[in-house]
Design a protein around this ligand. Structure first.
Ligand SMILES: Nc1ncnc2c1ncn2[C@@H]1O[C@H](COP(=O)(O)OP(=O)(O)OP(=O)(O)O)[C@@H](O)[C@H]1O
Length: 275
């Protein structure tokens, strides 16, 4: 049984595509009210963690406990119920281009809640106010900047007051000012919603600035975990490489595959050398 302060817990989770194991023996805990960053190199399985939590893919073994329910055992109805309590903002979460900012945020409320129009209007304006865009309600996505569009997507993701908010690379493609604004918003919205936030990102400075706890995934495992302060002190070379943004280190650049010599047919001819 998870402790009462834990909203979500992954225990001994294995997951793979076909014969390729992506995550193995994963243990992660997301405490209520916290912002937890999930970090790691490209392709290490960060998005997969979100997909597992959202029930979009199933673990091969292990449990994903969300507020006392094991996501992996839920039927369609059960999944629908738990997903309603989750907000997801996926990479470059696109807006509906033919709908105004207001209607974009109103969309999930119209889909999932049967509200009188004045109540819906107030709710949408409150969400837009929370991201600083109440005044932009009548604009179309083509009339706002990329940073503003990200904030509208954020307002839409929180429209149904989720218990857990999941962000996949929310800082991708943002200029430094929009990036700082978005990071602060993620933190303040988490507090305003009384939610738990899972933040998948490569961005070390911004996520360390707002996260309560950080997991690093490498080679399918949790390579390190701790508070940002604890991780800043680490001497683990793989984690240091990531935190310092160093191009060389234990993290692999190459996707696993055949040896270079095999692919170029050089293995059999010992006298041939690569230039
Ligand atoms: N539908 C799929 N079929 C097969 N393999 C997949 C599929 N989706 C993802 N993968 C593989 O699973 C691994 C983990 O992918 P995932 O998207 O979780 O990585 P990530 O850490 O989020 O990467 P990035 O930071 O680059 O977005 C990758 O190596 C990827 O190639």
């Amino acid at each position: 049984m998870p402790s009462p302060d834990t909203l979500l817990e992954l225990r001994d989770v294995d997951f793979g595509y076909a014969e390729r194991l992506v995550l193995s023996g994963l243990n992660m805990r997301f405490r209520r009210g916290q912002v937890v960053a999930v970090m790691g190199g490209s392709g290490c399985g960060k998005t997969t963690v979100l997909r597992l939590i959202g029930g979009l893919v199933k673990a091969r073994s292990g449990t994903i406990d969300f507020d006392g329910r094991d996501i992996g055992t839920l039927d369609r109805k059960g999944l629908y119920e738990v997903r309603r309590r989750m907000g997801m903002l996926f990479q470059f979460g696109a807006l509906f281009t033919d709908l105004s900012v207001f209607e974009n945020v109103a969309f999930p409320l119209r889909e999932h809640a049967d509200l009188p129009e004045p109540v819906l209007r107030d709710l949408v304006l409150m969400k837009l106010n929370a991201v600083g865009l109440r005044g932009a309600r009548d604009l179309l996505p083509s009339e706002i900047s990329g940073g503003m569009a990200r904030r509208v997507a954020l307002a839409r993701a929180i429209a149904l007051d989720p218990q857990v908010m999941m962000y996949d690379e929310p800082f991708a493609g943002l200029d430094p000012i929009s990036l700082g604004i978005t990071a602060n918003l993620i933190r303040t919205l988490n507090a305003a919603l009384g939610a738990t936030t899972i933040l998948v990102t490569h961005d070390v400075p911004e996520s360390f600035a707002i996260a309560d706890y950080v997991y690093f995934i490498a080679n399918g495992h949790i390579a390190a975990e701790g508070t940002p302060d604890e991780l800043r002190q680490t001497s683990d070379p793989a984690i240091r490489q990531f935190i310092d943004g160093a191009p060389d280190g234990p993290f692999r650049f190459h996707y696993p595959g055949a040896a270079l010599a095999d692919d170029f047919g050089l293995a059999a001819s010992a006298d041939r050398r690569l230039p």
